[in-house]
Design a protein. Structure first.
Length: 229
């Protein structure tokens, strides 16, 4: 009898743990280049097995000037994206649990053309797009360029490695002077020299993508602004 009770208790606890693994993620999308003909299932198979309402696949698209969304996903931490025509998996992302509001940034996988059997078409970077991480009058730099960047924000010395920077408070204008080493590692070359202007009651994300031209160090920079009420 005791064994049966423990067995029943174990099954109940297991069911509760599995249920807690499911979450609703709200996300928007952005791409260095346009993403078209890509879709995802908004409800995971595991969530469906536990009684979640089914929903047809949703197609995503990216835009050069702004976030596109919102989209939602019910399931665990892993979202898979497929080609709408062939059903081929073209991208996947694991979304951390610290937030349920994300910006998924699609970048072409440089290894896909050389070995498409072992590489997905896109790499996806999850950026925490919650107001806690990027609030009103806040500015964050996101470096997915593959380069180490050093320089000045106005008179403040900065260094940007891979990923998200610390948060800065915006001002009316901000001169940005960033440098990176050439491919030999011997010389510093200008990667971004520009003055940006800001509006009050907005939040800003500046993304550093890899250079468009092969062999160049000039960053492909995207400046996303969003008004906050």
């Amino acid at each position: 009898m005791t064994s049966k009770r423990y067995g029943l208790l174990f099954m109940l606890l297991s069911a509760l743990v599995q249920a807690e693994d499911f979450r609703e993620i709200v996300f928007s999308v952005y791409g260095q280049y346009p993403v078209k003909g890509v879709e995802y299932n908004p409800v995971s198979e595991a969530a469906l097995a536990q009684g979640a309402e089914p929903s047809p696949p949703i197609e995503i698209r990216t835009h050069a000037l702004s976030r596109i969304g919102p989209y939602s996903f019910t399931g665990g931490n892993h979202i898979v994206f497929r080609d709408k025509g062939t059903d081929e998996v073209v991208a996947s992302v694991s979304v951390p649990e610290r937030s349920d509001q994300w910006l998924l940034i699609f970048v072409r996988n440089p290894h896909y053309k050389d070995d498409p059997d072992k590489n997905l078409r896109y790499l996806v970077y999850p950026f925490d797009d919650s107001r806690q991480n990027l609030p009103r009058n806040g500015l964050v730099f996101l470096n997915v360029s593959g380069k180490e960047l050093d320089g000045l924000l106005e008179n403040k010395r900065v260094s940007f490695g891979a990923g998200q920077s610390n948060r800065f408070r915006v001002q009316e204008s901000l001169p940005v002077n960033l440098w990176t080493r050439d491919f030999s590692g011997e010389r510093l070359l200008p990667a971004l020299i520009k003055t940006y202007r800001f509006q009050p009651d907005h939040r800003y994300l500046m993304i550093f993508f890899p250079p468009v031209l092969r062999g160049s160090v000039d960053l492909d920079v995207r400046f996303l602004a969003e008004a906050v009420e």
